[in-house]
Design a protein around this ligand. Sequence first.
Ligand code: TC6
Length: 698
Amino acid sequence: MSEAVEYERIGDIAVLAANNPPVNALGVDVRRGLLAGIERAEAEGAKAVLIYGKGRTYFAGADIREFGKPPQEPWLPGLCDRIEASPLLLVSALHGTALGGGLEVALSSHYRIAVPSAKVGLPEVNLGILPGAGGTQRLPRVAGVEAALDMITTGRHVRADEALKLGVIDKVQDGDPREIGLAYAQELLDAGAPRRAVGEMPAPDPVDFDAVYEAVLKKGRGQLSPAVAVRAVQAACEAPSFAEGMARERELFMQLMESDQRKGLIHAFFAERAVGKLPELKGVEPRLVHQIGVIGGGTMGAGIATSALLAGLPVTLLEMTQEAAHAAKDRIAGNLAGALKRGKISQQQHDAILSDQLQLATGYDSLSAVDLVIEAVFEDMDVKKQVFAQLDAVCKPGAVLATNTSYLDVNEIAAATTRPQDVIGLHFFSPAHVMKLLEIVVADKTVPEVVATGFALGHQMKKVSVRAGVCDGFIGNRILSTYRTCADHMVLDGASPFQIDKALTDFGFAMGPFAVSDLAGLDIGWAVRKRKRAEGLDPRARDSSYADKLCEAGHFGQKTGQGFYAYEKGKRGGTPNPEVLDLIAADRAAQGITPRTFTDDEIVRRYMVSMVNEAAKVVGEGIARRPLDVDVVLLYGYGFPRYRGGPLKWADLQGLPGILDDIRAWSAEDDYFWQPAPLLEKLVAEGRCFDDLNKDAQ
Ligand code: TC6
């Protein structure tokens, strides 16, 4: 027996206990152990086999780390068939999360029992593949095609009570998985229950698979795995035999396994778990945070306060006047009503948060007892410095002083206090109670304890936290500023904002850059441009005025009903604003530019290459620790298509030499904007890629 599966004999029942922490992934040792256990049970004359997982869960799936490596026998599909074909009575007892290959092992067992807190699911499509160990053939046979399609194409985790109703499990019972499993197996033996092989059940009734395929493809915005999985379920209904359905599942599975989307999605899975692992924080204890202060109750401050309240932290919210404080409370109440509606909190929790957990204040003294304070006031250095000087005067020693600035110099803000070691940037993304990204900006004097406190807070708020260094815009907004500039250059040279937006949503972005500007408010970009012009633009930098003209006319995007697009009240999305094209034409004429045409491919290539080049600078300068940190920021903060893995994963998959060639070619037309990142040049010269740097940093 392998150590990953322990064998025990209780009367007529052989017990196979998986022991592969932390999540009992079905790696080769576990697969070998299960096979050996079943063979031994059969050889020893046991009458039933119970499979369960030690520790926190039944199998949470195949071992994702094995994907892309040479497969080792026994393979999971064959193992599942072997389990199902056993002449003994096979029972699985589920707790924790029975996911992917885990649920497939359970579906190969003849009976399934689960504790009430267990969840089941087939989330493979989220990793760019499909259930490849019989899940697409067995689940529709037990739950029906409609429920199977829902579970397989969304990958959602289904609670035990729902799984029972769907027929995915046979019994729900509270208790220890080993004990309830043993009792259930004995009960089945005593009742003379027959072997019940799902693969021998009749094929399920078909639905209109072409219609489902089209709908799923559209919903996936270019992600292929959910749509391909529909075809595998179709085979469960239409293939002449179960074995032929399995063969079709395998064929489709292998297609997806080879795809770049699989590589991108699995990169994203591991990257989002790696961002919080900082070697410099090993053994560093975060400071205790029992209550926090938020300064400023606008959209951002109210969102941050909501996020803290939902994480169970009492909040003191500071505003300039009673009126503004009450307006902030209304915003928070609106956010909490949304959380209540989505079932994230109960009515009781909602009411308790509003009545007991939120304090409004108008004087800095009210912040004297908080453990951490987040400033979310107007984005102006002088205003921020005044706030921090006041905080320095009132906050208790050891309190963490955080700024939510999205561009400004955190070192300069820290210098306004006598305790720069306690100052940090906590850059939330709007709406802060919804968006999962948190950039943790570490200034020169910030001590590790304070950084660890930022990560602990992010964890408590269920954020994906990424460490960033200090520079204009940190990781995300600095890169955004470059690819947004690239889009502006393409507009000046002949592309329309609408063509650019369409090309990029076709590429998979949630929104194009001009629609994003409309959503964020055109005044924000306008303020940044004015600040940068006041600081002095490099004479070689290209500038444009068409967006300023929109702002001068009072058009700030969605909030004023007009921007690059025109918005009708009550309608989602806008229609292209034709005035924009006139403003652009005037700008081109004033600059003596003759417009040319762009293909959608060229638009995407330039936009992406500019993003990759700036990202390489951000990594090269140490603003981001590793390429994967940049990828996670773009995935969680900027609507980057997850199935492409992030800009630097995309770059690796495209090939870095070609990207560098393009930058060099385009620098002939603009050698200021298209300056190759030294890190990119180095990687190309050494024949390496960004992922090599991720591995170096492990
Ligand atoms: C499949 O089954 C295909 C079958 C067909 C084959 C033919 N493999 O998320 P956490 C690691 S595809 C390897 O922090 P949680 C994870 O990287 C798979 N490693 O914990 C982390 O490692 P670290 C279908 C895995 O409690 C540690 O475990 N299954 C795997 O927040 C803890 O993870 C899925 O897609 C794995 N399968 O959430 C499920 N899973 O500590 C994927 C986790 O070194 N997993 N690890 O950083 C999850 O959704 C979650 O991990 C969870 C637990 C809900 C199981």
